[in-house]
Design a binder for this molecule. Sequence first.
Ligand SMILES: *Cc1c(COP(=O)(O)O)cnc(C)c1O
Length: 385
Amino acid sequence: MSLKKRYLMTPGPTPVPADILLSMAKPITHHRTAEFEDVVKEARAGLQYIFNTQNEVLLFASSGTGAMESAIVNCFCAGDSVIVARNGKFGDREKQIAETYGLEVVDLEYAWDEVVKTGDIARELAANPEIRGVIVTQSETSTGVLNPIKEIAELVRGYDNALMIVDSITGIGAVACETDDWGLDVVMTGSQKGLMLPPGLAAVSVSDKAWRAVERSTLPKFYFDWKKYLKSIEKNTTPFTPALTLIQGLNEALKLMRDEGRENLIERHSLLAEATRQGLDAIGLKLFAPPEGRGSAVTPVWSPEGIPAGKIVKVMKEDYGVTITNGQDDYKDRIFRIGHLGYFGMFDIITTLTALEMALVKLGYEFEQGASIKAAESVFLESAH
Ligand SMILES: *Cc1c(COP(=O)(O)O)cnc(C)c1O
């Protein structure tokens, strides 16, 4: 076989549907025009739908980390105390950014296979009345753990000076994220995840409570100054040259997401995640995230004894054209991660499990061949669709 068809099965970047790619293939137009104002207007409404919010959602030409940094510099002053609850690589990054800007971090560190405990946050908030923010990653992409954002937000709402800041970069579009109903002050996502776009665009929703914190904030900012973006977006434009092409693509993505509907979108991801988990379990592999906190964006799984995860990733990619991804930091080569975020359907899961089984056969792992496919098929057959 010489033609190698490629499959991108990672939790970011994620595959981009053809309709979205085509929507970005138009000639570049100028951004200070009435036409582009219509494009921004459409994006504003679509983002509010997908974030479940009436808040304005600001758009930056940056990767997701830019959105994370923007939240710190816009909401706080040097010396402010914030709780960072972290159980993975992206939580670690939140702590690093907060410390970079001189915040006092109340560090709630958990093992990577643990869920953030609401009770710990309750205790810290009660003990430190000066806390100005609680920062939590909803869907930890490094571990597949889903943190209880709704419960934590309910607590934070009781504190007038504290903001609930959520990295939902692989949450939005994959799991429920009810920005307004749950009272989330800042919610972030990035284009190369659930939005099914190429990398390069980040979005942040900002509540009224957060805007009050912005008025108080004295940290330096220029490119990521939210007030500039608000002033512009209210006129359907952007303060700097926007990622025009990506925003065109965003509108197509938002249209696809609206057509599917928020609830169906979340239901589809939960089904894909369940089929993946059942498939892996059926061939004796152990899931990394604990049962009480598993998200739907990515499924990390322990590599079998004696087989480094990197080898599985390599065989799947080089021999079968299927790209999954290794564990990160301490879990590199110990776990591997299968993405099912964004433009994924049943047969992406079947394909990935098949390539995984074939790689495992090559690498000498013993199991009942075909069992993962059968298990995944059963999940799909039992679902209503
Ligand atoms: C991808 C991701 C980010 C941002 O990463 P970038 O590479 O800057 O886009 C942040 N948090 C989570 C949970 C992510 O999955």
